[in-house]
Structure formats: structure tokens, C-alpha cells
Design a protein around this ligand. Structure first.
Ligand SMILES: Nc1nc2c(c(=O)[nH]1)N[C@H]1C(S)=C(S)[C@@H](COP(=O)(O)O)O[C@H]1N2
Ligand SMILES: [Mo]
Length: 529
């Protein structure tokens, strides 16, 4: 087709071109999302591209994103990708008005890009490419239809022999029809997707967790101090931090879930369903979970009462021996339904601590966001090396032979939780009245326990804080230090000593590669309120 000449006095074509591009993209996305229902949610173009971005983001940028956007980092990412796609689509439409074939090729190329992103995701099969390819083809088709209609000369009534440069009525009709059809397709995709997750939701609602064979003792009196602003000893499930790479929370149907166990030194590989897992004796145990990305004083720590199966028993039954008993595997690689891999030292899992295949959190089945139906919980290790959610496979191997997901992204292969303490109240840059102020917070050194917490003001001497009752070595411990605050600006600092007698270092280091160090420091303004 020849580039069109705009008749004198006619409207510019580029706004209509942009509309062509946007409508074509909308149609493509709608069809792709419908197709993704048949493949898997992760294969939908926006999700696939978002996932690819997450997979490839350098650790430092990811730390920045978590720091800046917190748990809304994912919606922000999705919005960003949508905006980029919209701009690209509009530009493609404008281009197509003048160079149709180039525009069509570009639309197709965007589809191919989505397909490549989808194929690059963990656990992807060739089918993951289909939604984006179908979307690209539909977008190109719609673009062709719209642009050719737009460029079709139309006899101008009342002006013999004259033409309008565009068939506006036909164009409008096609735009309306396409948008309507795409909306229907998109909604249908949603409905069908919701249907799949409805089964998962029902399977969670129907799940009755058996009572623990080994219940956790009640939280001791005095472990949970009634101080305003202090983190509650047990974090309510709804407030529990969430850190993962999933742009759509996997909703696993408990009825079809299976866990396999295989690998080096596994004499009897296992494949079990949830019913079989729940038939085993369940133990209940309080464990504080911490993220390696948590900065000093940060929010990515939470304490819950977990219910689960002792992983060590399961491994023993399968014939696994830890390295200290001559077993060939030193790494247990957990794999989730969305392809996350998390490597944990076999020795830690089998050394007698309550490493769990958890099914319950604070008295209920795991929420979907926290790994329903089964996740790992290992006291003492950061989440990225121990706490795989939506667990589906356990494989025994060595650290020498295999690097898990985060290790390939420059995090340490093994990472024991570092002793940390946090001032919860007063808040940073808060204002307090002179006189008695309750300085309080939590300290953790999972699986070693907390033996001492000290506070100091303005680089003065360290004073011991009062420790709340200990629930065990695997949970954080509250502390409180009554302070006689005098007017002025003051700096509060806290440090903890773990059960082995080692005091938390004041040397500041960032979260990469194995967890932040340093003393939490809070500046407050003491003034009559
Ligand atoms: N499948 C899966 N499991 C995962 C992750 C993930 O990205 N995917 N993130 C890990 C990290 S880094 C942490 S800190 C914990 C957080 O668990 P939570 O979201 O239940 O608090 O989950 C771990 N398990
Ligand atoms: Mo984490």
C-alpha cells in the first residue's frame, strides 16, 4: 500500500492510528488471557513479561524495589509494563497508518517477545508461548482491519467525485465491535480462570486439619507484653509479611496436589498426596520467619504458630542420611508449583530442629499467599534458603552440583539468620513527652535464642532491657526498656546477644549476600505534647 496523502482540511491521521494500535493491543491481550486459562496463568503475556523482569532484575534493584514499594512492588511492576505496552501499541498504530507492513510486523514481534518471556519462566513448556503468539496474531489482524478501513477512500456525498480520506463510519463500527468482543473474551478468561481457582478455594475451605499429635505449649504468660506500638508476639496472619516472586498467587487445588521426594541417597522415592501427608503425626511449633532482604529495623519478620509434618522423619523413611552420617547429599532443593527453587542444608533439616512441611498457620490452613497447601519452615534460616511455599518437589543433591533460584542471583548458598533487634516504639522521628517512655521492640536469633537485649541513648552506656518470657529458641523475643526521657533530640540504639553468648555486631552491612547487620537506630524528639 502507498503511504496515504491527507486531503487538505482533513483531520490528521495519527490520533486514529493510535486508536488502531490501542484497540489491536486490547484485542490481543484479551485473546491471550483467554488462551492462558487453557495453558497456565503464568503464560499470560503481562504476567510472563512481569515474571521475566522479576527473574532478571539484579538483586540490588530488587532490594530497591522492595524498599521503595514494599509489598505493592508487584502492582507497580504490572502497571509499569501496561503503560509501556500501551505506548508501544499506540506508536505501532501510528506507524501502521503510514507503513502498514512495518506496523504489522511490529505487532507480531511484540507477541513473539511475550512468547519468549513466557518460555524463559521457570517450569515453562512450549505451550507457554501460545497465548502471546495468539495475542500477537490477533493484534496484527485487528490492526490490519482497522488501518485498511481507515485508509479506504469513501465517496463524499454531495461532492461528486470527491472522497473523504477515511471511512469514519466503518472505522468506528469496527473499533466498537472489536472492543466489545475483546471485553467479552477478557471477561470470559477471567471467569474461566476464576473457575479453576474456585476449585482451589473450595479445597481450602473443605480442608479440616487434624489436631497435632505434639501440640505446642501455650504461649507462656509474659511473652506478649501489652505495650502500645510493640509487635504482638504472634503476628496475626493477615499482617504477616509476604515476600515472593509470584505475580499471581498460585492457587493450588489440595485435591490434586502431590509432593515427590527423590535424588541422591533417596533409597525409597516418595510421591504423596495431601491426605497421606495429613495421616502422619503433626507437630505444632512457633517459629519466627525472617527475610534476608530485611534491612536493620525493617518489617520483613513475622512469628506464627505452624502445624506440620516433621521433614526429618519423612527423609529418614525414604532412606536419606545427613552428611554427618555419610549421606551423599548436602542440599535439599525444594521446588514450588511456580518453579521457585530453594536449597536448604540437609544437615540443618535433620539435626533435630523442627523443620516442618507446614500445612497450618495460626490455627488455619495456610493462606494461598503463604503457600497453600504445603510449605517448608525451618527455624534458624532465612526464608529464601528454607521456606519454599506451594511446595511440590523435594530433591536431594549437593551444593556443588546445583544453585537454586536466589543463589543464581548473587545471594549466598547458605544463610543462617543473623542476630537482630528492632525498636518498635517509639517510632523513628516520632515525638514523645518527657518523662517515663517505654522503649520496646523484638529481637531474634532463631534456633539460638535471645539471652540479652541492651539499649543506649545518644551513644551512652548500654543498659539491659527487660526481656519478655521466652517461648523457645526459635521465636523472637519482646523486650522493653523504661526510659526517663529529657527534652531534646535523642538517638536510641538496640543490640541483642544470642543464646550462644554472641552479641550482634554494630558493623553496618547491606542485605546482600546473606543478611544485613548493624544496630537499629531511632531518632526521637522529646518535647511536651
Ligand atoms: N514459592 C516460593 N516460595 C518462597 C518464596 C518465593 O518467592 N516463592 N520466597 C521466599 C522468601 S525470600 C521468604 S522470606 C519467604 C516469605 O514467606 P511469607 O511470604 O509466607 O512470609 O518465603 C520464601 N518462599
Ligand atoms: Mo526472603
Amino acid at each position: 500500500m502507498e503511504p496515504v496523502e491527507r486531503a487538505r482540511g482533513a483531520r490528521p491521521l495519527w490520533p486514529a492510528g493510535a486508536v488502531c494500535g490501542l484497540v489491536a493491543a486490547f484485542a490481543g491481550l484479551a485473546v491471550a488471557s483467554l488462551a492462558a486459562v487453557a495453558v497456565r496463568p503464568e503464560s499470560a503475556p503481562l504476567t510472563a513479561v512481569g515474571g521475566a523482569v522479576v527473574d532478571r532484575t539484579p538483586a540490588a534493584v530488587k532490594e530497591w524495589a522492595i524498599r521503595t514499594f514494599g509489598t505493592s512492588d508487584k502492582p507497580v511492576l504490572t502497571l509499569g509494563i501496561t503503560v509501556v505496552l500501551a505506548v508501544l501499541a499506540a506508536a505501532t498504530g501510528v506507524l501502521a497508518v503510514h507503513r502498514l507492513h512495518t506496523g504489522l510486523a511490529l505487532a507480531g514481534a511484540v507477541g513473539v517477545l511475550g512468547a519468549v518471556a513466557a518460555l524463559g519462566r521457570p517450569e515453562a513448556s512450549w505451550r507457554d508461548a501460545l497465548p502471546s503468539l495468539a495475542g500477537g496474531a490477533v493484534a496484527a489482524g485487528v490492526l490490519y482491519l482497522l488501518v485498511t478501513t481507515l485508509r479506504r477512500p469513501r465517496p463524499a456525498p454531495g461532492r461528486p467525485g470527491g472522497t473523504w480520506p477515511m471511512d469514519r463510519r466503518g472505522f468506528g463500527r469496527i473499533v466498537t465491535a472489536t472492543v466489545a468482543a475483546s471485553a467479552v473474551a477478557g471477561l470470559a478468561g477471567r471467569r474461566l480462570g476464576a473457575h479453576g481457582s474456585a476449585r482451589a478455594t473450595a479445597s481450602r475451605a473443605d480442608l479440616v486439619l487434624p489436631p497435632p499429635a505434639v501440640p505446642a505449649p501455650p504461649v507462656p504468660a509474659g511473652a506478649d507484653l501489652p505495650i502500645p506500638g510493640l509487635s504482638p508476639f504472634i503476628t496475626p496472619t493477615g499482617d504477616f509479611y509476604r515476600v515472593d516472586t509470584a505475580l499471581v498467587v498460585p492457587r493450588v487445588d489440595a485435591g490434586t496436589w502431590r509432593l515427590t521426594l527423590r535424588g541422591d541417597g533417596v533409597a525409597r522415592p516418595l510421591s504423596l498426596d495431601l491426605r497421606t501427608l495429613l495421616a502422619r503425626p503433626l507437630v505444632e511449633h512457633d517459629v519466627t520467619l525472617t527475610c534476608v532482604s530485611n534491612e536493620v529495623g525493617g518489617p520483613y519478620a513475622g512469628n506464627a504458630r505452624w502445624l506440620g509434618v516433621r521433614l526429618a522423619d519423612l527423609l529418614r523413611e525414604a532412606g536419606v542420611r545427613p552428611p554427618s552420617e555419610g549421606g551423599p547429599a548436602d542440599q535439599l532443593v525444594a521446588r514450588s508449583v511456580d518453579g521457585m527453587t530453594i536449597g536448604t542444608p540437609v544437615e540443618a533439616v535433620m539435626d533435630g530442629r523442627d523443620a516442618l512441611l507446614a500445612v497450618g498457620m495460626n490455627g488455619a490452613p495456610l493462606p494461598f499467599a503463604h503457600g497453600f497447601p504445603v510449605r517448608m519452615v525451618v527455624p534458624g534460616l532465612y526464608g529464601y534458603v528454607s521456606a519454599c511455599k506451594w511446595l511440590t518437589e523435594l530433591r536431594l543433591t549437593t551444593f556443588a552440583a546445583y544453585d537454586a533460584y536466589w543463589v543464581r542471583r548473587s545471594w549466598a548458598q547458605q544463610a543462617v539468620v543473623k542476630t537482630q533487634s528492632r525498636i518498635d516504639t517509639p517510632r523513628p522521628f516520632g515525638r514523645v513527652s518527657p518523662g517515663r517512655v517505654m522503649v520496646a521492640g523484638v529481637a531474634w536469633a532463631q534456633h539460638r535464642g535471645i539471652s540479652r537485649v541492651e539499649v543506649r541513648v545518644d551513644d551512652g552506656p548500654w543498659s539491659p532491657a527487660r526481656l519478655a518470657a521466652a517461648d523457645g529458641v526459635d521465636t523472637w523475643r519482646q523486650w522493653v526498656w523504661p526510659w526517663d526521657a529529657v527534652p531534646g533530640g535523642h538517638t536510641l540504639q538496640v543490640r541483642a546477644t544470642d543464646g550462644s553468648g554472641r552479641t550482634q555486631t554494630g558493623t553496618r552491612s547491606g542485605t546482600l549476600p546473606d543478611g544485613a547487620t548493624g544496630w537499629h537506630t531511632v531518632t526521637v524528639d522529646v518535647r511536651p505534647l
